[in-house]
Design a protein. Structure first.
Length: 395
């Protein structure tokens, strides 16, 4: 689709697709997660076609590594070919996983040719150190990047980028795979940019990759955004699963930029807090959680509150029993054993002396905010009460 005469421009911005990820931690489920990621990429292409965007941006880490089978690259090229046939321009930059080094997947495979884009057309462009920009005259847009041939950048990719007043196009768009500097958190990142550097670029929009959660911001006059990963690469990334539709509009001499987050991933996340006092037994808890069964759901369960002495819970057993019902399930027991209720036995008895001594220690620890140690003693108290009452206890 060509840009409208009133200079409206529509972009689909994605990044961090991580196709071909090994997912060694998922065991037998690894291949399924790889297919989920490819399905999200295909859905992203479907969205671009349905929305009739002008430009399709991939801000790095399309592939999880440079070691990929030809069949995967060919599958990716087949998706890009659908964009080519609809005359939607695609621009890709290598990231930190598919870095443009001597073994780069982009050196080994001519993605442009595989997608059916001709040498002299502009429908598939991979930006590299030798090709840092592409000008789309029909869209009145200049796309620029700074790509390195090493995983760790020798300098900020924005250090020398200054496009303010560049007359070649109305819209100046940056494409960078980097972390925005956060003191104490991003010091060890391979590629880092600062908000001051973003503000100095003179860009209208900076499309970022590297962080897997969708988020937007502004530095000076420059609007920037992370699209996030279209499908979570790890099952704890609950702000992933999205892409951005970006609208750039110029009217009456002013420019405006709008965002629409669109969900393309299938993975859902749910956090559930359960009052331990409402649980009668482990089988009853398993039955309750099974009612939420969903192969696309990452379920995070926390048991809270005060539990009965007789309640015996093994979270590893519960997770193993439920693992085929969910994409992933995690159960954490953060409940506390109760303190003793009612009148205490005489302090002259073993039971009475034991309870008084342990509860005094618990009170002292809780007053000192030593909650972990206090929790351990609460469990000692629970087990001691059960043993002294003649119950069998498994440790």
């Amino acid at each position: 689709m060509e840009a409208d005469s009133n200079r409206m421009l529509r972009i689909l911005h994605t990044a961090d697709v991580h196709l071909g990820a090994r997912h060694a931690d998922l065991g037998d489920a690894a291949s399924g997660q790889r297919e989920r990621q490819f399905a999200a990429f295909k859905t992203t292409v479907d969205l671009a076609l349905g929305e009739k965007v002008d430009i399709f941006l991939i801000a790095g880490d399309l592939f999880d590594s440079n070691t990929q089978p030809s069949r995967l690259v060919e599958r990716v090229a087949a998706e890009l070919a659908r964009l080519v046939r609809s005359r939607i321009r695609t621009v890709i930059i290598p990231g930190t996983h598919d870095v443009y080094d001597h073994a780069s997947v982009y050196r080994a495979h001519d993605l442009k040719a595989l997608a059916g884009s001709k040498p002299n057309d502009e429908f598939v462009t991979v930006l590299t150190p030798d090709k840092p920009e592409v000008l789309f005259t029909a869209c009145d847009a200049l796309i620029v990047s700074s790509v390195f041939d090493t995983k760790r950048a020798p300098q900020s990719p924005l250090r020398n980028l200054r496009l303010g007043g560049d007359p070649r196009a109305t819209w100046k768009i940056g494409l960078v795979h980097a972390a925005i500097a956060i003191s104490g958190k991003t010091d060890g990142d391979d590629v880092v940019v600062t908000k001051d550097e973003i503000a100095a670029t003179g860009l209208d929009y900076l499309a970022l990759g590297h962080w897997h959660s969708a988020q937007q911001g502004k530095a000076g006059h420059v609007i920037y955004a992370y699209s996030g990963a279209p499908e979570p690469v790890a099952v704890d990334q609950d702000r992933a699963g999205k892409v951005l539709i970006v609208g750039l509009d110029e009217s009456r001499g002013g420019k405006s930029i709008t965002f629409e987050e669109r969900t393309v991933g299938k993975t859902r996340f749910e956090k559930v807090d359960i009052d331990a006092a409402t649980i009668k037994s482990q089988p009853e808890l398993v039955t309750r959680l099974t009612t939420r069964a969903d192969p696309d759901l990452v379920l995070d369960v926390r048991l809270r509150g005060v539990r009965a002495d007789e309640l015996d819970i093994d979270t590893d057993e519960i997770e193993n029993e439920l693992r085929r019902s969910f994409l992933k399930v995690r159960v954490r027991d953060q409940s506390l054993p109760a303190l003793t209720e009612g009148a205490l036995p005489s302090p002259d008895t073993i039971v009475g002396a034991f309870i008084r001594d342990v509860e005094a220690q618990i009170a002292e620890l809780e007053a000192s905010n030593e909650m972990e140690h206090a929790g351990e003693l609460r469990d000692v108290l629970r087990l001691g009460r059960l043993l002294l009452a003649g119950h069998e206890v498994s440790l």
